[in-house]
Design a protein around this ligand. Structure first.
Ligand code: SAM
Length: 247
């Protein structure tokens, strides 16, 4: 399938400057200031991260890895939209399960608190917004599991998983879901970890806290110690991604 929808659905192809930005751009131009304003994208990821998601999911389908697909931390639905479009085109029998509190992050505790990056309720996106986006795009709604991962994941995670996006930002949220997801992954299944930042692979000076989400890598390091898989880095500009393939 083509993946141009990633640009057009999320307005990444071309964002037309607002009138005041056009005016400012003309002034910058006259003054030979190399700056050009355009509206901010306002998404939870960037185009590189969506491309990574597209290719990894397409890969498990192309290789016939059995199982359903899960989005752990679906927020307002953009990652689920990418996944559902791929499933609709290539594997309509596979089910997409989307998990989120729809009230943002949980109480930040332990080592997450020490990181000082996040606070409770951060990134809250209501379920109505999620549903509206699927309606507007005419896409089938995924199975939505609203609540805290610790309550929903043990009950609603599908038995066999071919692909999982793990995007909980916190050490605790990542730590809570990894064992259950890993256990259900078929051989060859892929787990993609959002905001997985490894400064040994790609040091980025000046990257702010949320893009580093240090708890995510910490939880992965702990979980994968002694396991045959390891998490590799995929470039996604300010949103670095990690992924592993189940042996
Ligand atoms: C960065 S956002 C996800 C972005 C989305 N995957 C995307 O790419 O568009 C992280 C989401 O994880 C959810 N989340 C984090 N920890 C959670 C937990 N323990 N239980 C339920 N939801 C959680 C938050 O509510 C938030 O919506």
């Amino acid at each position: 399938m083509d993946n141009a929808f990633i640009a057009t659905t999320f307005d990444w192809d071309h964002r037309t400057p607002k009138p005041w930005q056009m005016y400012a751009n003309k002034t910058f131009n006259k003054l030979r200031v190399p700056v050009r304003l355009s509206p901010a994208p306002g998404h939870m990821a960037n185009v590189e991260a969506r491309m990574n998601l597209f290719h990894l999911l397409e890969q498990v389908i192309a290789y016939g890895v059995p199982g359903d697909v899960v989005d752990l931390g679906c927020n307002a639905g953009d990652s689920s939209i990418v996944m559902q479009r791929v499933l609709k085109a290539l594997a309509p029998d596979r089910q997409l399960h989307a998990f989120d509190s729809f009230e943002g992050l949980p109480e930040v505790s332990g080592s997450d608190r020490q990181d000082g990056v996040y606070a409770k309720g951060y990134m809250a996106a209501p379920l109505e917004v999620f549903r509206r986006k699927f309606d507007q795009l005419g896409l089938p709604h995924p199975h939505v599991h609203m609540g805290w991962f610790q309550d929903t994941v043990p009950q609603y995670l599908p038995e066999r998983i071919a692909f999982a996006l793990i995007d909980g930002d916190l050490y605790e949220s990542t730590r809570q879901v990894l064992p259950a997801v890993y256990e259900r992954m078929a051989p060859g299944a892929i787990g993609m970890i959002a905001v997985y930042y490894d400064e040994k692979v790609l040091p980025r000076r000046g990257l702010s806290g949320g893009y580093r989400s240090p708890g995510v890598k910490r939880a992965c390091d702990e979980f994968f110690a002694g396991k045959p898989e390891d998490v590799r880095v995929l470039y996604a500009n300010e949103y670095s991604n990690g992924y592993f393939r189940k042996r």
